[in-house]
Design a protein around this ligand. Sequence first.
Ligand code: SF4
Length: 462
Amino acid sequence: MTTCALPTPALPRLARLGDAMRRHRGWIVGAQWVVLLAYLFLVITPAVLPLPPSSAHLWDNLTLFAQFIFWGIWWPFVLVSMMLLGRVWCGVLCPEGFVSEQVSRIGLGRPVPRWLKWGGWPFVAFLGTTIYGQLVSVYQYPKAVLLVLGGSTVAAIAVGLVYGRNKRVWCRHLCPVNGVFGLLSRLAPIHFRTDRSAWDAHGGQRLIPINCAPLVDIRRMESAAECHMCGRCSGHRDAVSLVARMPGAEVAALDDRDADRWEVRLLVFGVIGTAIGAFQWSSSPWFVQAKLTLATWLIEHDAFALLGSDAPWWLLTHYPEANDVFTWLDGLLILAYIGAAALLIGGWITLWLRIAGRLLKQAGAHLRLAYALVPLGGAGVFLGLSALTVTLLAAEGYTLTSLPLIRGVLLAMATLASLVLGFIHVRRTPDGGPLRQCAAWLAFASAAAGAVMPWVTMFYLW
Ligand code: SF4
């Protein structure tokens, strides 16, 4: 895979920035300590405070403030940063990666076992946390935040204490958002690039080895997906530097050997399908209708077990003091709604991608084409998360009158980016002539429609 770098003079300035990150590592570590302490304070403290009264505001109540920081700003804009800056968040600010690496300095230092390297973990972890987060209302309640985010941090520490030395084994293999970040960072217009010929030409001179915490093979690094952009290897062997590239260039240049089945599953069934279901169920009239119908049927048949609301808060949302209690039926319906959305949307996209691949007469073309949907996947999760930002601001009296327009423009831009990337991939597969290429691109466009229409339905039709 080759990616097109932008011409100078952008290169030297960026390369100098990369080198400055290496030279001023102490500043980065200092920033990581500050973020870690702020993160721990905002995760732990609200969980031991009473729920905020209805008169509270985010500027005078720590719980509301923490809620706004985590879900209104942190998550949506970390996702955007992946598409604009690569995984700078992971390498420079992420408290979980930082703490996992720090404890691995004093841990057992065991080698990474095979089960931990299984390629399906990012898919399983993303689905698990996304769905569980909905069941316990992680966006609303601080105890759920402590359980989900805090639980993830405890797991990151435990993995750091057992596996690797000075490494981020957690981030590389198990972090629930590692796969999503890897996908989105492929679009970024900057990355650390290794010049293989410069590396090899450097010869056998003795050098201080680089500690790449997320275990990237720096010499063979071609993708931004796994690099945490920490800058530690900048300038190494006069071969590694921070450079600019066309946005989306890595996805456009992706070939069959770069396409990974688990990554494609994560994108199609997770980042697109599951995320849509998770963001959509609470505003879906279909969900309300199904719940009413089933509850009526259960009452008519004297079957009240599923209408009970005795589940603990760590299994299903249970806050009687806030008049917010899920019944077992609610829990089952949330699971069913998210599952159906993931299967229907993911199934639709897979079907059309396979048709496009068949038309192109190339095994594996459908996997490569799937990556062209990354802009739509990224825009979707940003729109879903930013809907919470909008809700939190609306509760404080700030309404964005041009919101439908902004959402429409973002969706249109992401759709256009996906269609252009799809077109580039179709053009790169000339077998069968222009008619087949045209039909394959239309099939790809049908797949893309599966990622766009649920958002249009949610934002403009309901
Ligand atoms: S390859 Fe490793 S050491 Fe180099 S910038 Fe990326 S994460 Fe840091």
